[in-house]
Design a protein around this ligand. Structure first.
Ligand SMILES: *Cc1c(COP(=O)(O)O)cnc(C)c1O
Length: 392
């Protein structure tokens, strides 16, 4: 594990298998034969690397990219990616002209946003490409159904003046990870009503979109013209209680691993790490893993997070610290485990290593948070057939 600084060796790394990202995109495309695939690559592609993952997803069959923030969309354009991009989250006073100048589509859910988009259209001389967002029941972003008619009227005027092109009408789901939850059907109905209201107002978007990863995998009647999976693209299951990634033809793309920084024998009854939250039950060998919460290894995984060292599966012993944590390798392990041996925190479960989902269970969270927490302190290495081209 070497870093970009010659002669400097980093003790840990994150490897991203871009072939897995491309194959996951292809598997998702196959699942939605009548719909386009928008690869959601916000938050540095859920920690996997924005630009390489965007390229891999496009190679796998995605035709759209989705991000939260405008700067994320701009970064895609700066990398030379010219696929359609939608950015959906900004606050008043953002410079939207930089989005319009780069052909970035924007979400609009309120009059002030439409005003700012129109200002950007005037200043750039461009027609703004807009996706109108309706809150169908998530209770987060989007126009309320009460405000929807006025928003449609305002957009209708903007379209008539050629300042705006209505590309999409869209919404986001609250409980798609529970496909039988009544809100799933309800949100679809509210969405259909919102589309009908648009139609009555003379507005016909090219694209209607609603589904995230969970809905893409489990609720076909939410697919409409385009689906917006994020998590599934990276080979993690948004519905772990219903199926592991392999059940959906998906493969985890991220592997986090390190080299043991120390292996030592200790007697029974030794308190391990801060506050002695773990005490050795017998004479044993301890291993020191040079990763901690500053690297994004959640402190909530103390005494719980699983790791793989060779054929041995063990877990975090005691507290996760800022830069390091300890594992109990078991009695006599120092005879065959040494400092420098590779310890894998998580990766593709089918290869016999722990998964991000197991870390999520250990830390009382979701796999989304496990992968997006992995910090920029850890160098990413991108692997895969076309990795060189996709990371250029
Ligand atoms: C993050 C996000 C997605 C992707 O969600 P996943 O559950 O990762 O598939 C889709 N749409 C919106 C609006 C999002 O914020």
């Amino acid at each position: 594990m070497s870093s970009s600084q010659p002669g400097v060796v980093v003790p840990a790394e994150v490897v991203i298998d871009l072939d897995a990202v491309a194959a996951n995109a292809a598997a998702l495309c196959e699942r939605v034969p009548g719909s386009a695939l928008m690869a959601v690559v916000k938050a540095d592609a859920y920690g996997h690397g924005l630009v390489p993952c965007a390229r891999a997803a496009l190679a796998g069959g995605a035709t759209w990219l989705g991000v939260a923030q405008v700067p994320e969309a701009v970064a895609l354009r700066e990398a030379g990616i010219d696929a359609p991009v939608l950015a959906w989250l900004y606050a008043p006073g953002s410079d939207l002209s930089c989005a319009l100048a780069r052909d970035v589509d924007l979400s609009v859910a309120a009059p002030w946003a439409l005003e700012e988009v129109l200002a950007a259209a005037r200043s750039t001389g461009r027609t703004a490409r807009v996706h109108l967002k309706i809150d169908t029941g998530l209770g987060r972003g989007g126009s309320t159904t009460t405000d929807w008619p006025d928003l449609l009227a305002a957009v209708g005027r903007a379209v008539a003046s050629d300042a705006v092109e209505l590309v999409g009408i869209w919404s986001h789901m609250a409980c798609a990870d529970d496909p039988t939850h009544p809100t799933v059907r309800r949100q679809r109905e509210v969405f259909l009503d919102a589309l009908e209201a648009a139609e009555r107002a003379g507005l016909r978007p090219q694209l209607r979109h609603l589904a995230n990863s969970a809905a893409t995998l489990t609720s076909p009647d939410t697919h409409f013209d385009l689906v917006r999976p994020g998590l599934a693209l990276y080979g993690l299951s948004p519905v772990p209680h219903l199926g592991a990634p392999a059940a959906y033809g998906l493969r985890a793309a991220m592997t986090v691993r390190a080299r043991l920084a120390l292996v030592k024998d200790v007697p029974a009854g030794v308190g391990v790490s801060y506050a002695h939250a773990y005490t050795t039950p017998a004479a044993t060998s301890l291993g020191l893993v040079p990763l901690g919460y500053a690297d994004g290894i959640l402190r909530h995984a103390s005494n719980a997070g699983p790791v793989q060292v060779g054929a041995l599966r063990t877990r975090v012993a005691g507290r996760v610290c800022m830069d390091q944590f300890v594992v109990d390798l078991g009695p006599g392990a120092s005879a065959h485990v040494q400092a420098g041996d590779v310890v894998t925190l998580f990766g593709d479960g089918d290869l016999g290593v722990p998964t991000a989902q197991e870390w999520a269970d250990a830390a009382g969270t979701i796999s989304y948070e496990i992968v997006t927490s992995i910090s920029g302190r850890l160098p990413r290495a991108w692997a895969g057939t076309d990795a060189r081209e996709w990371t250029r």
